[in-house]
Design a protein around this ligand. Structure first.
Ligand code: DON
Length: 321
């Protein structure tokens, strides 16, 4: 970072004025109280709804955080792109996509539906994410599988603490009829790899959703995707460039629930949202951004998260096209 600062090669040369613009957007969104917290998982419903954090980490490792950035939250569906990357690293795309498609579903994230080949539509919806879990280190026992995922998050966050919210995990498992139904539906279609233990796979999926970190850590995760798989804060290569390219492609087409097409059209950046109000936004080759604000719109995306993205691209032309 220092060397690039001295030679004037930073990707955002005037970081102070960029921080001032982000602060302005943050302040303009603070009064926005539209939307509701997710209520289908009882523990998520208890989160204070008006919390709001934005964190940025550039590919040079320049960082900025504002708001409730010290507060941890569950990643929920933001685990989906990371788990998809792990399946690609473990098996390669050819094997992975024998079990999951790569086409947007045009349906809600928990819809009981498979594609024409009897597979989940893509890894960014629940069915596809359950499939990803079946493909991650399936030969290990449950404890070692979770350790592997948690350790990956720790590396991606560049050393920030990564936790696990047991109450959310238990609460989610207790209210998971739809995810169980998705699992049985896919098993009926023969979609899983041979030998998959369905119950363990589902429990592993709930555990992955309950990984907990703060906005600064999530920004580091996003910046790693912006940086082709190398963590800017540590220089650690976690994913190959090919893995990241595939993941960002699917985040662009499928990452924002049933708003993905509109998001790709208006914002033009890969992103993934979760029902905790987390939103991970990637500006390829420039930076990763984490936004966390629990109030969700009717489609399940963070209201302030979406507004932030709109204002960001209105100010800076980051749209990839
Ligand atoms: O499976 C569920 O219902 C949640 N744990 C994840 C939901 C979520 O964030 C949906 N996103 N696409």
């Amino acid at each position: 970072l220092l060397a690039r600062a001295i030679t004037g090669e930073l990707v955002i040369p005037d970081f102070p004025s960029f921080m001032a613009d982000i602060t302005e957007i943050y302040e303009s969104l603070l009064p926005d109280r539209r939307g509701q917290v997710a209520d289908y998982i009882p523990q998520l419903k208890r989160v204070a709804p008006d919390q709001f954090a934005i964190a940025i980490c550039t590919v040079d490792g320049q960082r900025f955080t504002i708001g409730d950035f010290g507060q941890s939250f569950c990643v929920q569906s933001v685990c989906k792109p990371i788990n998809y990357c792990l399946t690609l690293e473990g098996h390669g795309a050819e094997v992975v996509h024998r079990h999951v498609g790569r086409e947007p579903s045009g349906l809600g994230f928990n819809e009981l539906s498979v594609n024409g080949n009897g597979l989940p539509h893509n890894p960014m919806i629940n069915s596809g994410a359950i499939m990803s879990c079946s493909l991650i280190e399936a030969s290990l026992d449950m404890a070692d599988r979770f350790d592997y995922v948690a350790d990956t998050w720790r590396r991606l966050s560049g050393g920030s603490p990564v936790g696990f919210n047991n109450a959310v995990y238990l609460s989610e498992r207790q209210t998971a009829d739809r995810n169980f139904a998705l699992g049985y539906f896919m098993r009926e279609h023969g979609a899983f790899p041979a030998g998959t233990n369905l119950i363990e796979t589902l429990e592993f999926y709930f555990q992955c959703c309950s990984v907990e970190l703060d906005a600064g850590a999530l920004a580091s995760v996003a910046s790693t995707l912006a940086n082709g798989g190398v963590v800017p804060l540590s220089g650690d290569r976690v994913f190959s460039t090919g893995t990241v390219q595939k993941c960002l492609s699917l985040m662009s087409s499928c990452g924002m629930y049933d708003y993905s097409g509109e998001f790709a059209f208006t914002i033009g950046l890969p992103a993934k949202s979760g029902v905790s109000g987390a939103l991970m936004l990637v500006v390829p080759q420039v930076m990763g951004i984490a936004i966390w604000s629990p109030r969700l719109d009717a489609l399940g995306n963070s209201v302030r998260g979406i507004e932030f993205c709109k204002q960001l691209v209105a100010k800076y032309n980051f749209h990839v096209y």
